[in-house]
Design a protein around this ligand. Structure first.
Ligand code: CDP
Ligand code: MG
Length: 785
């Protein structure tokens, strides 16, 4: 009965009308593109069409389907949903697999997994024997991984003519994918949605004519597009008040006087909305709660931090408080939720109770909540970008694209007509937002992808350039060139593009390669915990804060943590102190942070990243279970020289050198970099005031340009760790009676005391390489012995 009931529901989904067409085309074509509005039943139904159809045939012809998802959370939620539709438990016919978690069995015939999991499986099982169908879902999102998977599949369908490939996308750019696969057929599932009223910021602001008009009219020329941002007066708008007034007009949101709104639009469009206006969102929520037609409300925020902030803010409003108010329930929705928490989002609340969902862009296409009637679009999302100052990827808040905004709006019209509020102006929408997000592959550093390509047997003899050029929309060649150089400097790739043992292990760590090397070496050299603390802070940010009016004081406090001429060791001290303080309670850790100019939020994030990093290392056998193992892995944790040496391993060739060891009075030292001229030490570094440099070398992570070019956090190191861990290789030469040890890029060279010392450096490097090589063949050996 359960099955029949759910089948009836399923049959009302638009995808069901295309069932026959899809199956017929699949019997004739190897590749198919299916596009359709979000919620039409692609992810949940199409794999089932294929599976159920194959059940009519002979047993040996039963389909074995893999369907990839861009996010962990959607792989789980969809698998659970589909199992439920089939009146089964998840893990039988329908299963899922994400990194570090898999719920499947020998009976599983439909596996939802993340794209990353499938790519990893390809490393050992190049032909994907036994798999009959690969469905790549959400291809329109254009993640680096899914673009790469498409390339792999393009090659694989030639090798395996019986393998069928289906690409599924929202209603975007289906032609591009079809073209990429030799103009394969495209099926478009017609959508059924209700109209959605769309409002922009100026609509919300229009009622403020009384407040805003005088200042706008003072000197309108100032507000012309492109004029100086700083001159915009800081408008302290009381949105709550304004919206109250708004409500008083029965005609509600459609009475705009266009001449006025145009001037407002201009004003708004040159303001840069750095932060999402949570106040305005709260006011809008109140307004909606009072509106005549109730319905669930979906709020899009950029990330977890904002979701937490809004949630907390709403808890202090009696109308929204989850415990005291019986008028609404609030659900946060983001990728780190457990699956129970996630399921709660779908539950329909009792009559008279409004469901409010505060979500990241995960609810944009991956997760559909049917009863949403109102959407509040903050206009922001997180996006991976290349951060040139750090030479690595970073997650930043950006404005959404027009396509994202439209998609968000569409979420309001699933069951009835809806309303969408965009918290940016319509002018901003049409003139500032990109039509579409740039594909990830064109925004991010390519080191990880290079390694992943090299680890796959099918590409091992190809050049990276030739593989990249066959991607659906290849990144710029400069970007590839820079990534190859970084990989060589790190010792992950050889001159002739061969993967080194280190490169092999880095390929299976889904983090920036420098962070990855620090993690691996921390484990091998038994200083795991400090290495992870530093790795987490490099991946996220430094917990030291420096309020603009208390810079001196903050720098002074940081100096109290200073240790071994290293900002990173200062960070370790600060982190240890914070850990102790958290044992004494919230109050104590709050005070500790305040007194020491530290950000509690950043420290917490570092702690949570460390846990994730530990899991990743344990997954590839670089962290062993148990207390004894953990003690052993940290037996060198208090050796500052070793920790600085680990930094050389990770950050090379970010090394600067000074010719003068003694800093002359009232003068700042200049340091030479490998590639781009002189730099100075930033005043916030613990090395800023150092007068005498025991060693002329500093390793650093980040270079910033303000009045001059500065290196920010840095560590003083001697030359040995540089030649032991930096670059791709070392050379030893006899020059004018001296044994010169140099790194293969020529940046670091020094005269060793004797031939033995020079040879020892070479030997130790060779030994380390050998250890890493052995670990490939035998993943269970413990390198920290
Ligand atoms: O993939 P697509 O966006 O086309 O739709 P889908 O994810 O297959 O969803 C089809 C229907 O199932 C929608 O109406 C969803 O609301 C519903 N669904 C659900 O209730 N719970 C889930 N975990 C997944 C989907
Ligand atoms: Mg879907």
């Amino acid at each position: 009965p359960k099955f029949l009931k759910s089948r009836k529901e399923r049959q009302s989904l638009p995808a069901w009308e295309e069932r026959e067409t899809i199956l017929k085309l699949l019997s004739k074509h190897q590749v198919l593109v299916i596009s359709g509005m979000t919620g039409c039943g692609k992810t949940t139904q199409i794999p089932q069409f294929i599976l159920d159809d194959s059940l009519n045939g002979p047993p040996e012809k039963v389909a074995n389907i893999i369907c990839t998802q861009p996010r962990r959370i959607s792989a789980i939620s969809v698998a659970e949903r589909v199992a439920k539709e089939r009146a089964e438990r998840v893990g039988l016919t329908v299963g899922y697999q994400i990194r570090l978690e898999s719920v499947k069995s020998s009976a599983t015939r439909l596996l939802y997994c993340t794209t990353g999991v499938l790519l990893r499986r390809l490393e050992g099982d190049t032909a994907l024997q036994g798999i009959t169908h690969i469905i790549v879902d959400e291809v329109h999102e254009r993640t680096e991984e899914s673009d790469f998977l498409l390339l792999v599949l393009k090659d694989m369908i030639l090798q395996r003519p019986s393998l069928q490939v289906i690409l599924m996308s929202a209603t975007l750019n289906a032609e591009l994918f079809s073209e990429y696969f030799n103009f394969c057929p495209v099926i478009t599932i017609p959508g059924r949605t209700f109209p959605v009223d769309q409002f922009f910021l100026e609509d919300a602001i229009a009622v403020t004519r009384i407040v805003i008009l005088p200042s706008v009219h003072q000197d309108t020329s100032k507000y012309e597009q492109g004029s100086v941002k700083d001159q915009v007066p800081d408008q302290q708008l009381d949105f709550k008040q304004l919206l109250a007034r708004y409500k008083a007009w029965p005609g509600k949101l459609s009475f705009l006087d266009t001449k006025f709104s145009k001037s407002v639009i201009k004003t708004m469009s040159i303001m840069d909305f750095e932060k999402v206006n949570l106040e305005l969102i709260e006011a809008l929520l109140e307004w909606i709660m009072d509106a005549e037609s109730p319905g669930a409300i979906l709020v899009f925020l950029p990330g977890l931090a904002e979701i937490k902030m809004l949630y907390e803010q709403l808890q202090s409003n009696p109308l929204f408080n989850n415990r005291r108010s019986n008028r609404c329930v609030i659900h946060p929705l983001h990728s780190s939720l457990s699956s129970e928490e996630q399921q709660a989002v779908f539950v329909k609340p009792p009559v008279g109770v409004t469901k409010i969902i505060i979500s990241t862009n995960i609810a944009e296409t991956s997760i559909t909540i049917d009863d949403v009637v109102y959407v509040i679009d903050s206009g922001k999302m997180k996006e991976k970008r290349y951060d040139a100052s750090k030479g690595m990827e970073s997650l930043e808040d950006t404005f959404v694209s027009q396509a994202n905004a439209l998609q968000r709006k569409g979420r309001a019209g699933r069951v009835a007509s809806g309303v969408c509020f965009h918290l940016f102006t319509s002018h901003h929408y049409s003139h500032q937002l990109l039509k579409q997000q740039l594909p990830e592959i064109q925004r991010v550093p390519l080191e990880q992808l290079c390694l992943r390509i090299k680890i796959l047997e099918m590409f091992s003899t190809h050049t990276l350039q030739s593989v990249f050029s066959r991607l659906i929309e290849p990144p710029h060649t400069d970007s590839l060139r820079a990534s190859k150089i970084r990989l060589r400097d790190l010792g992950a790739l050889t001159q002739d593009e061969k993967l080194t043992p280190l490169g092999y292990h880095l390929a299976s760590l889904p983090v920036d390669v420098r962070i990855g090397k620090l993690m691996l070496f921390g484990s091998i050299f038994r200083c795991l915990d400090p290495a992870l603390t530093i790795a987490a802070s490099l991946a996220f940010k430094s917990p030291f804060v420096s309020p603009w009016d208390k810079k001196e004081e903050a720098n002074q406090k940081k100096l109290e943590f200073a240790f071994a001429n290293s900002d990173y060791l200062a960070l370790l001290q600060a982190y240890k102190g914070w850990q102790l303080s958290t044992k004494e309670g919230v109050r104590a850790s709050y005070n500790y942070c305040r007194q020491n100019f530290l950000s509690g939020r950043v420290l917490q994030e570092i702690a949570s990243l460390k846990r994730q990093f530990t899991e990743l290392l344990s997954d590839i056998g670089f962290v062993m279970e148990g207390l004894r193992a953990s003690k052993k892995a940290n037996s060198n944790a208090d050796n500052p020289k070793l920790i600085s040496a680990m930094l050389c391993a990770a950050l090379y060739p970010n090394v600067v050198q000074t010719k003068i060891r003694m800093k002359p009075k009232s003068e700042e030292l200049k340091f030479v970099t490998k590639n781009d001229g002189y730099v100075h030490i930033h005043p916030s570094s613990v090395n800023y005031q150092v007068r005498h440099f025991d060693s002329p070398y500093l390793v650093y992570h980040e270079k910033i340009k303000t009045s001059r070019v500065f290196i920010r956090d840095c560590s003083m190191v001697s030359v040995y760790p540089l030649v032991l861990f930096g670059g791709g290789q070392v050379n030893v030469q006899l020059q004018r009676g001296e044994f010169v040890v140099s790194l293969d890029d020529g940046w670091i060279r020094f005269a060793a005391a004797s031939h033995q010392v020079a040879e020892l450096v070479k030997e130790l490097r060779g030994e380390l390489d050998q250890l890493l090589q052995d670990k490939i063949k035998n993943p269970s050996i413990d390198l920290c012995t």
